[in-house]
Design a protein around this ligand. Sequence first.
Ligand code: ZN
Ligand code: ZN
Length: 345
Amino acid sequence: MFCYQCGKSEPLIEGLCAECFVKQCKILTVPTDISVRICAHCNAKFIEGKWIDGNLIQEEIIYRAIEDAIKINPLSENPTVDMNIIQTKGTIAELIIEATTNVFGESIHEKHYVNVRLNKDVCPTCSKRNSNYYEAVIQIRSQLKRIEDEQKEEVNKFVNKTLDKLYKKDKLAYIPQKNQLREGIDYYVGSLKSAKKLSSAIQKRFGGLITESARLVTKNKDTSKEIYRLWISIRLPSFSIGDFVEFEGKIAKILGFDGKKISALDLDNNNVINIIWKKSGNIKVLKRNGDVEKTTVISKSPTILQILDPKTYEVIDFPINSNIEKYSIGDEVKTIAIKDRLHII
Ligand SMILES: [Zn+2]
Ligand SMILES: [Zn+2]
């Protein structure tokens, strides 16, 4: 058999000798014009009816569009493909693509020129963002009459940090409007999903009682469909961890809280009590953690521990229990005076 190109007698591939076959071999099949529909605001691209891949830089979009559009000859061994933008004019980028590979031991090198056109559009998420669209409002309030500026600042910082995290998965995790009020802060949140996540994160961090209510904001004139927004109210607690409080007749120290409940130590019997957030309005702060005073053990018998009242220097007797039996004469103990009674804590 003879090569139909050069007439050499050799083992043939598709009627050609190896040399002639390699000569007509193409590494890449490249369309000369590629166009991508992208969002002018977030660079998301529209593919097969969906907006995907937001927030890529423009060059990355161009390179990926080419990768999607070119075909590499399966006969090529470890091909290398280099792409470089030569120039960008308006919405069109001109690129050179260079490819190198080996086919049947012969090396091939080729160059292609291609134009990538970026058709700018606005994705639905960005068009919502641009129109200050929101699905929920988070209202930060306090069980006290007002929220201290310092705490507002802390909440603001926490909200921004949390939104940055949520934004990675939800482009509507943004706040088109924020109202700083004397009694608290209102955050308008782009998506309901992120508003729910944000509010439970706020509650986990700062505590508080969450209540939700849907409000009718408008009626769509064409479809007469009613449009609701969710108002989420978080009432921040009047107490902080370490505070001394009264709850249902018990005197207790606040130990901590989570999304469901507050835990406190009953000062009379050292039991831990759990209080659901719904009942947190019944917690009355008596003393702050900063009101704790230190004093000294002055005597100890098998049944009685005596300390000096840090204010009046009177001697006070405490019947020994498991909580205070560890103290010896001369030891320092922490006390809190609540309603004319001293407690060792
Ligand atoms: Zn040949
Ligand atoms: Zn967009």
